[in-house]
Design a protein around this ligand. Sequence first.
Ligand code: IVH
Length: 680
Amino acid sequence: MTVTPEINQKVTQLKAQLQQAGYAYYVLDNPIMEDGVYDQLYRQLQDLETEYPELITPDSPTQRVGDQPASKFTSVKHNIPLYSLENAFNLAELTKWELRWQKQLESISEFAYVCELKIDGSAIALTYENGILVRGATRGDGVTGEEITQNIKTIRTIPLRLNVPIRGKVEVRGEAFLPLNIFEAINQERTKSGEALFANPRNAAAGTLRQLDSKIVAQRKLNFFAYTLHIVNDPNKARDIELESQLQSLELLQELGFLVNPNRKLCQSLEEVQDYFQQWDTGRKILPYMTDGVVVKLNEYSLQQQLGFTQKFPRWAIALKYPAEETPTVVKDIIVNVGRTGAITPMAIMEPVQLAGTTVQRATLHNSDRIAELDIRVGDTVIIRKAGEIIPEVVRVLPTLRPENTVPFHMPTNCPECNATLVRPQDEAVTRCVNSSCPAILRGSIIHWASRNALDIRGLGERIAILLIKNNLITSVADLYTLTVEQIADLERMGTKSAQNLVNAIAESKNQTYGKLLYGLGIRYVGSVNAKILAENFPTIEELSQASFESIEAVYGIGEEIAQSVFEWLRVPNNQALIKQLQAAGLNFAAAIKTSDHDLDQSEQILKDKTFVITGTLPSLKRDEARELIEQAGGKVTGSISKKTDYLLLGENAGSKLAKAEKLGISQLSEAELLKLLDS
Ligand code: IVH
């Protein structure tokens, strides 16, 4: 059928009407059309577009959800890099920053700060060409991200066409986030369906953005606050735009059709910034989305331009962060968890409480020394904290609220999973199960084998590992490679489709690099960095197996303990048999020149932006090794404790650093916990 001018006009009109109605509803929160009318117009447009597909344009309101799920995302280079922000935790640090930027300028004229709430979501970059949204991408490492345009289009507060036509390229940055009520609802759904819960709204938003099926993204109802505007090349005749300040950009973003957080404020001094910060410490608790601080930006672009950027941060902006939240709750039970290495970690199970935007009901108690120190008992009221938002921990017990007849907690003497007698080596803080056929150890080794830094087998998590072991389908990682679709499909809550996917993912893992395989074996003390070093120095497993202890130790970066551990592991007949089985299954324990380990997507690094201080003697890792592991996971190690420190990695015989960390309320982490975290 040919498109008549009338039809063309009708379609254009419908698009415009629907776009305006959507904008009024979602962005302005001021509906101008009844739902029924909207639906009717929408259907009219859909029908016309079905009849005349040539009239479908990328900015049509019908194009917010894609028909087909994507098979994968492609990486894209950002037109302008996305920087991160330096953090400050108090007025003193903020003042230091002010002095620093002022010193950098030859002369300072008038200046002002714009304060914005720091939204705890996922940064995304949007590109518009001649007013039409052409690309949306995740932040990634700031230089390259993933192209997720179809997912981004589902966000109703992101215009597919700018309200004001701007010719040329426009880059808009902002935060995609999940409103708290939606986050809670998603987690409730996931509890029902037995899926792993999202730890916080930020993870949920990031995970949602990377969903391949945009229909699922649409259901999740992400939202977006815009905060940065770049008019890239401006052959702009339609409108004379000269942006001079951040505040102006925010206003223009609003005019263009974006949702801009209304709680921004122009401040003339740091005192005013501090007032804003304090006011919002209370105010933010009733906001329907998560915030974790205030972003302070110099308002004038001329000043921003003079100051420029460091490697990572703009010099003209800083994030003033709210401290980690603490909250009281009651201990219902104390359990112990058996890890992959047999390490026993006590955990408190508590009345669920809201903490920094998430529901928390478990907290680590680290080890028996920490339990003794806290004297924590079932029934106690405790204060828990989520520092760095990774693992909630018990900070202290409130003794006056202790009910009568409580009993001190003692670590069990036998493994809760296999009943073997537990051991605690004299010089270690960790208690262990040393029964190599303990199901918990097997489960841990499977989960470790499948983890991202090892074989990266999607779909093989704790739940499936437990089922495979319970049903006697596997007794080692090698057995994974003989599993059939039928065997897996028979497991609880698995269907043929997910079974097939898992079998495919397992088969695909055969292509992983030798370094990843070595790491996956879970040899004690061999982290992913060491594994890679070993693989580079001993290009086949046979060479590594034949190598003397001295030649392994001689490798730069490999210490005595690691060398000892590797050397001994390779001499255990069971382990030798495991390697033979894996080789027979088609895994290649040899360095291939053509396949190179690609670096982790930095945005997903587990310790990203976390600062560590190491003190005392660690049970197994040398300091340098611990540092390397932390840095590999995106973290940073510094020499002295300050408020900026997120974690103290604590070994035996710690000195003044421990006292200082305690005074500042900095979280402590044992080596075992660090390793567990890195494996997760
Ligand atoms: S400005 C160069 N403004 O915080 C400017 N960032 O910790 C950098 N964020 O990656 C960003 N709310 O994802 C800016 N109002 C806001 C923000 C904000 C949240 C996030 C953003 C950034 C991270 C840095």
